[in-house]
Design a protein around this ligand. Structure first.
Ligand code: SAH
Ligand code: SF4
Ligand code: F3S
Length: 439
């Protein structure tokens, strides 16, 4: 009889890719993917805890399975990822949801097969969290679900300890994969027909860190020199480690997209200091200058946080003015969320919710305005889109240009995985709509 799995993923690209690794393990065990939890024999929640709402989202979804589990007793429910990796959270999950069968963390994802087999032998829940990160696993066989895009981990963990952030506590210390493994993976993905590769790390610019002969720009350029038509992206860059050398490498390699995600978080020096970001507003703007000098048509995106402890109206206005000054092509905006165990959680001066709400609304408006006006500049132009997907509701194909801008268009045949010339007719906020140029 066929057995089915269903995975729900929360959080960042890192987690999206890790769900592909989980899918690899499940398919090894003979499970087949399915779209709904009701049909699944195993349900996995790959969780995130970056902000309180990410956690609550997972709790809500796990809670909803109680009824299904009561009638489908043999169904296995597994909860993994960053949420249970937080100190004390695995026990809390077990108490809150006693019907969850397996709880595992970020450091032992590759042992999921063992845990499933163990659970099949025992009634008791299998709760396995490892405190330390252990050696990098090179044995995963991800079942990739994002063709024509493919993710490759280059580093794991983070050493930066930004004062608001839980990631260093749930992902451990920064480790870099050997460049030969990364290079071999990129090479085989391109040979398999993947058209876009994104190198992943919490801070890709600190790649190597004494454990590899190659620096990040060298590794990037080595991959960009592989034969074949493909795009190369990377995320995330920490501004403190973003170098002129990297800007030059982006400039001289066509395959590296002119699109850099450089999270600034705040435009105020006192907030940046309290966040332990280790750069000033001026340092950040200088990096942007350097990048624009070498790559004049670079689309720069960022992450912004409002409502960090003690953020004054003036600090917030400094963020607003920085957003105007840089002209980001888009930005992720967040309200600061207090995370237990971080340095900022113990700070006085937490900002009232209504103040943060007011600030986020003003910031989102500004960011959207920037994005809209940049989208409008596309109208009438022809761009090269890598087609990624088909939107059933809209009956349109979609994909992005090298700057990361999404475009929708009609096509009689399936063009997923192809580079397509599209003439843009209209802009709708962040996304564009156009027609294929035949020929
Ligand atoms: N390593 C990446 C980002 C990882 S988390 C980097 O340093 O840029 C993604 C984003 O979530 C961060 O850039 C930050 O803007 C946001 N974030 C992290 N912790 C947060 C918190 N406690 N509250 C609100 N936003 C947070
Ligand atoms: Fe978090 Fe800072 Fe590390 Fe990014 S660099 S993951 S924000 S601690
Ligand atoms: Fe979330 Fe963990 Fe990523 S906390 S943002 S899934 S590293």
């Amino acid at each position: 009889m066929e057995k089915y799995y269903h995975i729900t993923t929360y959080g960042c690209q890192m987690n999206v890719h890790e769900s592909e690794k989980i899918a690899g393990i499940l398919s090894d065990l003979g499970y087949i993917a399915c779209d709904d939890m009701e049909s699944a024999d195993i349900v996995v929640f790959n969780t995130c805890c970056i902000r309180e709402n990410a956690e609550n989202h997972a709790y809500g979804n796990i809670g909803m399975l109680k009824k299904l589990k009561a009638v489908k007793k043999d169904m296995i429910i597994a909860v993994g990822g960053c949420l249970p990796q937080q100190i004390g959270k695995a026990d809390l999950l077990h108490k809150k949801f006693p019907y969850v069968d397996i709880i595992f963390g970020t450091h032992n994802l590759n042992k999921l097969k063992e845990y499933i087999l163990k659970k099949q032998q025992q009634k008791k829940a299998v709760i396995q969290i490892e405190e330390s990160e252990g050696a990098i696993c090179e044995e995963d066989r991800p079942l990739r679900t994002s063709y024509p895009n493919a993710w490759i981990n280059i580093t794991y963990g983070c050493n930066n300890f930004c004062s608001y952030c839980i990631v260093p506590y749930v992902r451990g210390r920064e480790r870099s994969r050997r460049s030969e493994h990364i290079f071999a993976e990129a090479k085989s993905l391109i040979a398999d027909g993947y058209k876009e590769i994104t190198l992943l790390g919490q801070n890709v610019n600190s790649y190597g860190n004494g454990t590899d002969d190659l620096t990040f720009p060298q590794l990037l350029e080595k991959i960009a020199n592989l034969d074949g038509k493909f795009r190369l992206r990377f995320m995330t860059s920490h501004p403190k480690d973003f170098s002129e050398e990297l800007s030059k490498v982006i400039a001289r390699n066509d395959k590296i997209c002119n699109n850099v995600h450089l999270p600034v978080q705040s435009g105020s020096d006192s907030v940046l200091k309290a966040m332990n970001r280790r750069y000033t507003r001026k340092d950040y703007l200088e990096k942007i200058e350097l990048l624009k000098k070498h790559v004049p048509d670079c689309a720069i995106t960022t992450d912004l946080i409002v409502g960090f402890p003690n953020e004054t109206e003036q600090d917030f206005l400094d963020t607003m003015s920085l957003v105007k000054e840089v002209g980001f092509s888009s930005a992720f905006t967040f309200v600061y969320s207090r995370r237990d165990g971080t340095v900022a959680a113990k700070m006085d001066g937490q900002i009232p919710e209504e103040v943060s709400k007011d600030r986020i609304m003003r910031l989102v408006e500004l960011v959207n305005e920037n994005t809209r006006s940049q989208s409008l500049k596309y109208v009438g132009k022809t761009v090269e889109i890598l087609c990624e997907d088909y939107d059933k509701k809209k009956d349109m194909y979609l994909g992005r240009d090298e700057y990361g801008r999404m475009a929708y268009f009609k096509s009689d045949k399936n063009v997923i995985g192809e580079f397509i010339k599209v003439k843009i007719n209209s802009a709708n906020g962040i996304s564009l709509v156009g027609d294929i140029i035949k020929g």
